[in-house]
Design a binder for this molecule. Sequence first.
Ligand SMILES: Nc1ncnc2c1ncn2[C@@H]1O[C@H](COP(=O)(O)OP(=O)(O)O)[C@@H](O)[C@H]1O
Ligand SMILES: Nc1ccn([C@@H]2O[C@H](COP(=O)(O)OP(=O)(O)O)[C@@H](O)[C@H]2O)c(=O)n1
Length: 215
Amino acid sequence: MIVTIDGVAASGKSSVASGVARALNIPYLSSGLLYRAATWAALSQRLPLTDAAPLLSLLNRWEADGTPLTLRPLPQGNEIWVGEQNVTDLLHTTEVDAHVSAAAQLPELRAWVDAQLHRISPPFVAEGRDMGTAVFPQAQAKFYLEASARVRAQRRVQERPQDLESVEAALRLRDERDARQSAPAPDAVHIDTGSGTLEQIIAQVLSHLPAPPTE
Ligand SMILES: Nc1ncnc2c1ncn2[C@@H]1O[C@H](COP(=O)(O)OP(=O)(O)O)[C@@H](O)[C@H]1O
Ligand SMILES: Nc1ccn([C@@H]2O[C@H](COP(=O)(O)OP(=O)(O)O)[C@@H](O)[C@H]2O)c(=O)n1
């Protein structure tokens, strides 16, 4: 079984996906971490984000050298490793936030991310922007999370203390830059995550899924 959870920045995708996956005792995949990791790799090697070739050759070289950039969908949360180095903590920064949408516009990088995701065998929950449309259109259940920019900014500020107005403006800008890949699947269930607590939203998603087989 594949469940997809898509939505814009800070709509609650990772938290809801994690809670749903835990309830179903299956992993969840955070596609955004792969885009963040590719962006971090380009920034750390001072590569341009307007041309995919240098970035893809870096990622392919790391794989050939035996130190691939990989997504580890661990129960305690997704991690990105480059060989034996866990780089996850380097990926949720203002600098990566400011550049990731540019990287995500590169079709060759999208194909690379999709290839990483397609290597993983179901069952899983996959969260991002285009999981239910481009990456796993065959998913058995699809959800699209929404919340107002103000609510989403207030959540981000809880995580990374910053000026609320500038966080909201940055989220709106990223929403615009991500619009092309963020359209909901026609068969996705839309959920306003501003309408309840995280636990209530997780329960709402689970209520749309077939009950797990009894032991
Ligand atoms: N329904 C909710 N009510 C309150 N806080 C929420 C809700 N959903 C998510 N959050 C919180 O909002 C923040 C952003 O959620 P996250 O799952 O990281 O969003 P995304 O993956 O879409 O960027 C996290 O701190 C999370 O705990
Ligand atoms: N399936 C996806 C997931 C992320 N992305 C890109 O990656 C960026 C970071 O995704 P994310 O899910 O980690 O971001 P948040 O919504 O958690 O802030 C997004 O702003 C998009 O530019 C994408 O294009 N397609």
